[in-house]
Ligand binder design. Structure first.
Ligand SMILES: Cc1ncc(COP(=O)(O)O)c(C=O)c1O
Length: 276
């Protein structure tokens, strides 16, 4: 079956989707997006993602001609048309064609269904390495398409045995390039408060763990934490066992991390059964 997308108000073959080269999404890197998974054909936490996407559009001064309810209907049609199972759905709103080639205008909405594979079992069982990078994402609360720095850096990650980066600035940790960060110390779970995208997976982990402390976290604290993990839509909960040259805790995924990983999978399964 050919892949289909939603582009310029209709469902069409994905290869026919086009955008103007002078859209500020391309010439200035100004666009927003969001991405969620499906369990089987069922979107996971769809309400949360639609709220974040529509809020991103509003905060980025980009008019969106569709309500959350309209988007939900389009998404269900698109998933059915693509026969998507355990995949991902990407929603993109471009910055538009701007009179002065700069000011946000009225962009194009695109929705794509994509195949998705979760990280390997080995990564979940051994944990992964992050590289510290001094950086803060611009307008971090908005889910923009600006990933210029990590795309550039990612070329060097395989040779350094790293999965990704951990951003810090003035001694404080914010997030990884596409994930939120958590630390466990003396049984207390904490996550950075500022300069982050408020991840949907982060939100669900905070519901599961109930007593997570949201505060500023210093890089020097996290390097000596008992456990560190990151959360994202495409990784769920991933243990971090090395940051730069520093081994975290015992060097193995910690007990709290492992039990949250299991709790998160159970939450997904229970949602799947409740939607059957
Ligand atoms: C910068 C950034 N932080 C955090 C996250 C994690 O958010 P979520 O759990 O909603 O995927 C993402 C996801 O892409 C991200 O791009």
């Amino acid at each position: 079956m050919k892949p289909f997308c939603f582009a310029k108000d209709e469902i069409i073959e994905s290869k026919l989707a086009t955008s103007h080269p002078l859209d500020i999404g391309l010439i200035r890197g100004y666009a927003i997006f969001d991405f969620f998974r499906t369990v089987g054909p069922n979107p996971l936490f769809l309400e949360d993602y639609l709220l974040r996407f529509t809020n991103s559009a509003k905060s980025a001064h980009l008019p969106l001609a569709y309500s959350k309810e309209d988007l939900e209907q389009i998404i269900h049609k698109l998933i059915a048309k693509n026969e998507l199972e355990n995949g991902g759905v990407r929603m993109i709103l471009t910055g538009g064609i701007s009179d002065n080639f700069f000011t946000p205008a009225s962009g194009d909405l695109f929705l794509f269904c994509e195949p998705l594979s979760l990280p390997s079992e080995e990564k979940y069982s051994k944990g992964v390495k992050l590289l510290p990078v001094e950086y803060v994402r611009p307008i971090p609360k908005i889910k923009t398409t600006n990933y210029t720095l990590p795309c550039f850096l990612s070329v060097d990650w395989p040779s350094q045995g790293a999965e990704d980066v951990i951003y810090h600035h003035q001694g404080l940790v914010s997030e990884s390039s596409r994930s939120n960060i958590f630390m466990v110390n003396d049984g207390i779970i904490s996550t950075p408060a500022t300069h982050i995208l408020e991840g949907i997976t982060r939100k669900k982990v905070m519901e599961l763990a109930a007593n997570v402390i949201v505060r500023d976290i210093r890089l020097d604290e996290i390097l000596v934490a008992d456990e560190v993990f990151m959360t994202s839509t495409t990784k769920r909960i991933m243990p971090i066992t090395t940051i730069g040259n520093q081994v975290i805790g015992t060097g193995k995924p910690g007990d709290q991390t492992v039990s949250l990983m299991a709790a998160f999978e159970n939450m997904e399964k229970s949602l799947l059964f409740s939607s059957l």
